[in-house]
Design a protein around this ligand. Structure first.
Ligand code: MLT
Length: 230
């Protein structure tokens, strides 16, 4: 599903949804769990985030790729490489990523995917009997290249285990095949790359495109993401 705005066309009751917002929300989440965070509660609004902050959560709020005033955590994966977050409960709201997660409620499982934990996600899904949907967070209802490429990468790892039931899976897979040897070059004109570059955040881009750095899978339990056990 290339954007949450197309989610209404699908039924997700018998489906595992993998939410991807490669730049940068889901890459941040995966990094946070790799560095020992206890839970991340994704919320849709800044007000909800503030409420949880008042109850003692560490809080991260991003809009239009900028940190919102009054919140301690930025939407950069490097913010989460920090001893302070070990064992912490975090509340997070971002422009697209957290919205995609909250919209996925009702699926058999909601997993958080990124290039950083691609292999962990693929290996887990190989043992599951359910259909799988990658929900690309996109940008404000629009399709973006980086999340589509992630979807294609996951299709590539699972192509011997699952049929490509939708043309969107074939399209994502073919794009990944074209771009995989030089993802940064392939995406050089992509909208969010340009947005992040305007803000001087090149190092986040390079970091988020690394494959298979962490063996963690954040999974939604109730309202919060937790690390999947073993
Ligand atoms: C989002 O959720 O829209 C993104 O993570 C935006 C960003 O790069 O900060």
């Amino acid at each position: 599903c290339f954007t949450p705005d197309l989610l209404h066309l699908h039924t997700i009751e018998n489906t595992i949804v993998v939410v991807a917002d490669v730049f940068r929300a889901t890459s941040c989440m995966v990094t946070a769990f790799a560095y020992g965070v206890k839970s991340i509660t994704p919320v849709a609004t800044i007000d909800e985030c503030r409420l949880l902050q008042e109850r003692g959560y560490m809080a991260a709020a991003e809009r239009n790729a900028r940190k919102v005033e009054g919140f301690e955590l930025d939407n950069s994966p490097f913010t989460y490489m920090n001893e302070q977050i070990r064992g912490a409960d975090i509340a997070m709201t971002t422009t697209n990523g957290t919205l995609a997660i909250t919209r996925s409620r009702g699926a058999v499982k909601v997993l958080v995917g990124s290039f950083l934990n691609l292999d962990a996600i693929a290996n887990f899904l190989k043992t599951e009997p359910y259909d799988v949907m990658v929900l690309c967070a996109g940008w404000k209802g629009r399709v973006n290249l980086e999340d589509t490429l992630f979807a294609g990468a996951l299709v590539d790892r699972l192509k011997d285990n699952y049929a490509m039931a939708e043309d969107s899976a074939i399209m994502a897979w073919r794009l990944y095949g074209q771009g995989k040897d030089n993802l940064i070059g392939y995406m050089s004109n992509a909208s969010h790359i340009r947005r992040l570059q305007r803000l001087g955040i090149q190092k986040d881009i390079t970091y988020c495109l690394q494959h298979d750095l962490y063996d963690v899978i954040p999974v939604l339990r109730g309202n919060a993401l937790v690390g999947m056990e073993g």
